[in-house]
Design a protein. Structure first.
Length: 206
């Protein structure tokens, strides 16, 4: 007798829930054996549903990256000034990775999760494209202009790298990281350099 499709999909979600719990606990140290034990099944049953380890890890990565993308989309669309939207979106990203640090480490830093990197790259590409469209709209540029495309990918890479460092060190506090990244995007670096240059010039004249 063939198992109904909906039953198979529901069972697959149950297995992903079990995998989620183990990743939350073990992070990059997760194994197929521990996931199977958590689900109360044998490893061959996992392979039957996901094909292989790579299939399971890719499905898990897709679940988390889709959820994160929705969080960031909501933050961008919530209204307010441009700066407020950017600050809120950076804060949402940091809050999400801080709420599930083991998942973040599993997705980005586990050799065992290499099969999931395609899903992570897909998320980064989709979010960069979304951000590029927003930048183009804000600045009155063509949808695929070099400026909008380049700035979007630079911003995404900067925030991801800063988030990685912040999650590893835990310092400074999240609000400070959000504020500093937003200030940087709003020209704080050249402003600070100009003020520094002005002080140096005044000292030399004395």
């Amino acid at each position: 007798m063939t198992v109904p499709l909906l039953d198979r999909e529901a069972r697959r979600e149950v297995l992903l829930d079990a995998a989620d719990r183990i990743v939350q606990r073990d992070g990059p140290a997760v194994s197929m054996a521990s996931i199977a034990a958590e689900a109360g099944i044998t490893k061959p049953i996992l392979y039957r549903h996901f094909g292989d380890k790579g299939g399971l890890y890719a499905a898990l990565a897709e679940r988390h990256t889709d959820r994160l993308l929705h969080v960031l989309e909501d933050a961008l669309a919530a209204g307010g000034s441009t700066r407020e939207r950017v600050e809120r979106t950076i804060g949402a990203y940091l809050a999400t990775i801080a709420s599930e640090p083991q998942v973040y480490r599993f997705l980005l830093h586990s050799a065992e999760a290499a099969e999931a990197q395609g899903q992570v790259q897909s998320f980064l590409r989709r979010f960069s494209e979304l951000l590029a469209l927003g930048i183009a709209s804000e600045l009155g540029l063509p949808a695929r202009s070099a400026r909008a495309e380049t700035w979007a990918r630079g911003i995404v890479g900067m925030v991801q790298s800063a988030g990685d460092w912040w999650l590893l060190t835990g310092s400074p506090d999240r609000d400070a990281v959000v504020r500093e990244l937003t200030d940087l995007l709003w020209g704080a670096y050249p402003d600070a350099a100009a003020r520094r240059g002005g002080r140096s010039t005044r000292r030399k004249r004395h």
